[in-house]
Design a protein. Structure first.
Length: 142
């Protein structure tokens, strides 16, 4: 059985946890990272996860809209909360994605968002998590 060929390969490095710099190898993106519970400047895993999910899911929604000949505007907002386990030992992320498609009935938009969630690589990665929820919401009226 032939191996699938990677369409894109990236290598990221973090050597200092949430106190330093994380970067993409070979001259790519470099970001200062910091703990979300301090005042230190920088980004953190919560923000990076939210950006990754919102970007991937919205790009997938837009791809599905285009494939259907539609030019509706879509928007995905992801809220990530850093939570302590109820036992007091350990932490987890509570993730809520809010997807909307302007000019589309909520029921139709929800079907498309659910399809996008099944296709988006980041959504697939998070599938089955009890702390990740994607909701379709009514687009704001202009």
């Amino acid at each position: 059985m032939p191996q699938s060929k990677s369409l894109f390969h990236a290598e990221m490095v973090n050597e200092h946890g949430v106190d330093g710099v994380a970067y993409v190898k070979n001259g790519g993106l470099e970001v200062t990272v910091s703990s979300p519970i301090t005042e230190a400047a920088g980004t953190n895993p919560e923000e990076l996860l939210g950006l990754s999910l919102s970007t991937c899911l919205n790009a997938t929604i837009q791809s599905l809209l285009k494939a259907r000949g539609k030019n509706n505007q879509s928007r995905v907002e992801v809220q990530v909360d850093f939570m302590r386990e109820s036992s007091g030992i350990g932490f987890f992320f509570e993730v809520v994605g809010l997807a909307q498609i302007k000019g589309m009935a909520l029921e139709e938009a929800d079907k498309l968002v659910k399809e996008a969630e099944k296709r988006c690589p980041v959504s697939k990665l998070l599938a089955g998590s009890q702390t990740v929820t994607i909701k379709t919401v009514e687009a704001a009226k202009e």
